[in-house]
Design a protein around this ligand. Structure first.
Ligand code: PGA
Length: 247
């Protein structure tokens, strides 16, 4: 049985005090979310310190970050390392999100190094892949994401792979309201699952305009284990409703 996961990706939203207010309201709603769903809040770095004690007081909602550096320390001005995150009780970290690839020049090689470093530091990487619309128009999305997955996970042993979560997020579906057809997303997930040995038990999340109203279409598919959620995770009631529907 693969873990069902609903991860909220807050992106560059919420100050530390806004995050605390959110967490208070969200934790009140958590009892309504079936225990089969692992809920993760991937907050900005500046909110982790404030969220950490609140989330440590319970066990249902896990703390996540949105990126990290591939080195554990060094002369990298402005960067944050895996041990720095782990100290705040961060358990998950999104790596290779398409916005990081697009705006911060992250490459497949960066994602590979970060994934290995996250695992060594005891963090669970959520490795994000997905095709831009130009690739989709050519019908080459499967080859594209298979290449990204092989590049990111190269060299990991089976034990390490078991700690990885994959997020398939078609770039054209992110924040556009144009979510990918669920059966179509499932086909790509299946291709991802079979492109490397050891991925049978790895949770694969769909991301891209997921809402409470459409999440069940995805989680009803055999290869989709949950969702990575941007916009719809920013309000505690909306995200709790989504996590309930994902069960
Ligand atoms: P969205 O973002 O849910 O707002 O489309 C998803 C993501 O970027 O992870």
């Amino acid at each position: 049985m693969r873990q069902r996961i609903c991860a909220g990706n807050w992106k560059m939203y919420k100050t530390a005090s806004e995050a605390v207010e959110y967490a208070g309201r969200f934790l009140d709603l958590v009892p309504s979310i079936p225990a089969s769903v692992e809920v993760v809040l991937c907050a900005p770095f500046t909110a982790l310190d404030a969220l950490s004690p609140i989330l440590r007081s319970q066990s249902r909602v896990k703390l996540g970050a949105q990126t990290m550096h591939w080195q554990c320390e060094g002369p990298y001005t402005g960067e944050i390392s895996a041990p720095m995150l782990a100290e705040f009780g961060v358990q998950y970290v999104i790596l290779g999100h398409s916005e990081r690839r697009q705006y911060c020049g992250e490459t497949d090689e960066d994602v590979r190094r970060k994934t290995a470093t996250a695992l060594r530091a005891g963090l669970r990487p959520i490795v994000a892949v997905g095709e831009p619309s130009a690739i989709r128009e050519l019908g080459n999305q499967r080859e594209h994401v298979e290449f990204q997955i092989r590049a990111a996970l190269e060299g990991l042993n089976e034990q390490e792979l078991r700690l990885v979560t994959i997020a398939y997020e078609p770039i054209w579906a992110i924040g556009t309201g144009q979510n990918c057809d669920a059966a179509d997303a499932n086909e790509t997930m299946r291709a991802i699952r079979s492109c490397l040995p050891g991925l049978q038990d790895v949770p694969i999340l769909y991301g891209g305009s997921v809402k409470a109203e459409n999440v069940a279409q995805y989680t009803a598919q055999p290869d989709i284990d949950g969702a990575l959620v941007g916009g719809a995770s920013l309000d505690p009631r909306t995200f709790a409703a989504l996590a309930r529907a994902a069960a």
